[in-house]
Design a binder for this molecule. Structure first.
Ligand code: ATP
Length: 280
């Protein structure tokens, strides 16, 4: 089996609203794929069908070789899911909650290790209902990785995280990647997608516009770069596919340092915004 996730012509409507409208993609074993897209694009619905929470109207989805909606408990033990919903943990403390959910797994990771991995050691004895929004989200991530899943679904895992918590989460994901975990995540943070993902998929209006490496998506590699510099006291900017050649010419023409020289290649955000605008 080469793929952890295989999705073909997947469709799901809520009444007359076509939330997922013919999506195709695969995720290789050990790969990290990030789904990007505007609010309401169909990312969550796609992930929910992959995780077996929703039944597709048509098309096919196979996850670890099995159809998720009909999957047995043995399959469920091999995946981890962090949704946008919050687990009802009532008045339990963080440590008690992790301990309670540990009982669902045959060989769970040690509770203290998982709590530390998400940076909640100091809050171990705090009641879950008193955690801040970002801490609550971190606890959800802890519960998702407790069973050492082979495949992890993360739906907007870092929403509400402060910058330090997000960096900590990135290290956790890199650790999981090193252990061979396959990850399918959704995010609105393009820097997160670029940092973590082997490939990013851009979804809009229920369709997968493109799935590719962050370097190549949306024709990014071949897109024009903006070269800026100051010459004779005036700022200049030129857009070119060959910035090295332009800098060489400038260096030959200008004596000494080229004042204010910068080369800006299109960012992931630039190509993402362009792709989304082309659909609207
Ligand atoms: P976001 O980035 O805001 O989380 P998303 O890309 O995850 O968005 P979905 O949550 O999959 O998008 O929603 C896709 C579409 O389906 C939206 O128009 C949404 O309003 C609609 N939708 C989602 N869940 C339901 C539901 N349970 N009942 C009816 N409509 C729904």
């Amino acid at each position: 089996m080469a793929f952890a996730v295989e999705v073909h012509e997947l469709r799901k409507a809520y009444g007359s609203r076509r939330a997922v409208d013919g999506v195709d993609f695969t995720v290789e074993l050990g790969e990290i794929v990030a789904l990007l897209g505007p609010n309401g694009a169909g990312k969550t619905t796609t992930v929910e069908m992959c995780a077996g929470f929703r039944r597709p109207d048509s098309g096919s989805v196979r996850v670890l070789g099995t159809e998720p909606f009909r999957a047995p408990a043995t399959w469920k033990a091999r995946i981890g899911v962090v949704t946008q919903q919050t687990t009802d943990l009532k008045e339990l403390t963080v440590a008690q909650a992790v301990w309670a959910i540990s009982g669902c797994y045959g060989t769970p990771r040690p509770a203290a290790e998982v709590i530390e991995a998400v940076g909640l050691t100091e809050q171990s004895d705090q009641r879950c209902e008193l955690l801040s929004g970002g801490q609550r989200r971190r606890l959800e991530v802890a519960l998702g990785i407790l069973g050492s899943p082979e495949l992890l679904f993360l739906d907007e895992p870092t929403t509400g995280f402060d910058p330090e918590a997000r960096r900590m989460f990135w290290s956790l994901i890199e650790q999981l990647r090193a252990d061979g975990t396959t990850i399918l995540l959704t995010t609105h943070y393009l820097d997160e997608a670029e940092h973590l993902a082997d490939r990013v998929g851009v979804i809009a209006a229920g369709r997968m516009l493109e799935i590719n490496t962050p370097e190549l998506i949306g024709g990014r590699a071949g897109a024009l770069s903006a070269v800026s510099w100051v010459e004779d006291g005036h700022p200049h900017t030129e857009h070119t596919a060959t910035p090295t050649e332009l800098v060489r010419r400038l260096a030959a023409r200008i004596d000494g340092e080229i004042v204010g020289l910068s080369i800006a290649r299109p960012t992931l955000e630039d190509v993402y915004v362009r792709m989304i605008n082309e659909v609207e």
